[in-house]
Each structure stands twice: as C-alpha cells, then as structure tokens.
Design a protein. Sequence first.
Length: 312
Amino acid sequence: MSIPKNLPSPASGYRGRFAPSPTGPLHAGSLVAALGSWLDARKNGGKWLLRIEDLDTPRCIPEATQQIQSQLLACGLSWDEEIIYQSQRQEAYQRALDRLNDLECLYACACSRQTIANTLASLGIETPRNQEMVYPGTCRPAYLISNLTEDFKDSGKAWRIALPPNCHVDFQDLALGHQSQNLNQEVGDFVLRRSDGLFTYQLAVVVDDAEQGITHIVRGEDLLSNTARQIYLQKVLGYQRPEYLHLPLVLDEYGEKLSKQTLATQINTQDDKRSLMELRKAAKHLGLKNLPDSQNSTIAEWLLAATRAWKN
C-alpha cells in the first residue's frame, strides 16, 4: 500500500511533539510528558511541535489553551513550528475515514455503552474498573459494504473499523522494550467516529502524526494501551510508523494517575524560581541526576544540563 503524498519525510530528521488536551492547565504529570518529549527532541537535534488536541469540544475549556502555552513557555519549553489545533482539522480526519471506507474497513454501530456492557455480562465477561470494554461485534455485519449510503453521516451511529482475524500487533518501546497486543481479544473493533459526529482520538492522532511527519512519540505510559490500535491504523492508511517511548506516570497518594478529572493541582509557573522548581520535580521523576541545584541557575542553563543528561 503506497504512502499518501505530501507528508513530511521522516528522512528530514527527528520530529517530536507534545499534544495536550485543553481540559485544564498543566499539572505535574503533564509536565513530565512535556519535559521528556522536549528533552528527547533536543538531545537528538530535532524539532519539537505543540499540538492542541481540542477534538472533544464538550470537555475543552477555552482559556486552558492559552494557559497551557503560557506554562510551557514559562518553563522554557518552546516549540519550533506553528501550533496545530485538532478542532480545525475535521476535513483531514474525514478524508482518512473516506479512505478506510474505500478499503471496506468500516461499519455502523448503534450500540450504547450500556448495550455493550449488557452483552458482555450475558457472555460472562467482566470488565475491570478503569479498563475499556472489549466490543463484542454486535453490529458487525456478515459482510462489509464498500459504498456507504447517507447513513455514513447519520449522527445517531458510531463508525467502527472492522479488524481482521488474529489482529496481533508487536512493537518495540524505547523505554519499556517489547510490547504485544491482540486487538481482537483486548479491544475489539474500535470507534473512529462517535455517534455524536466527533472523530475519536485514535483516528485523529494517527492522521496528525502522519501529516506532521512525527518520527518519535514520547508520552505518558497511560497511553501505552492505545499504541497497538494506532500502529494498526498507520498500516492500513499507509503511514510510516513512528518510534514510541512511554514515560512513567506521576501518581497521587492513592496510587492513581494524576489527571484533571481527579482535580490534580496545576504546576506553579508564577515566576522563574517556581517554574524551575516544577522542572526539577519533573526531572527527578524521569530519573535525571546530577543536574544544577543552585538557586542562581537560570531555566536555560538548567535545560541545557538536563538535555545533556537525557539518555533515552
């Protein structure tokens, strides 16, 4: 399958990115991801891009976008190209969906979460807390229709990708080593466009990474379980596969991942001194050692030392 034209070439060098959702300001966990991805790009002499993943508009907070940018700049984490906003890229996602339709990979699904849960329960399958339900294939037709009708625009249906049998994805994580996932058993046919018409993260992130020419994805370990799905979509759409590096999560006192949903405290970037304190905490979590601890260190000096200490 040929690679779509007009995509930035990975041969042009290392291209990394940080892609926060503007559902609130940066907290300690998101700063770890930002710093790790920035250091990896700088250590490799590459570019670091900022993408605002404001696709799920009902959850986004308008003022958070500017706040995130201000926090990053206060920490010296500047980006190299124009910011991309997912909310402005609907046509690109639709083109990818149309391509998958042409490849006869899609089908409509009218199942609610409760319907899926009831079906799984009837099969004796329990889904652990905080884990996704494996779609049982209720709406999957016996055959797929290549030329979808107006139902394709039906806001009352989601659109899923039909996985082939034994869809097994293996990849090497630069931090965690060999990873493997059977998508049929662990995920099932997953949604690419929701019933409310919003494109899903899985599709958007793959399209954006390809069209921005991202060669290295450095992000939190909470996104590790999404990687196999994204690699599969990259293969079907004919995109290059980036390298992946997943960073250790920052946990709260209860052992839960810090998140905006659990009201994680935002980082304090009121001045250079406090910004540097936040950076030092993030670096410690990343395992960086022997960094300048003088109160007279500037953020620029500290970041240079941190870049030299980065080993991933």
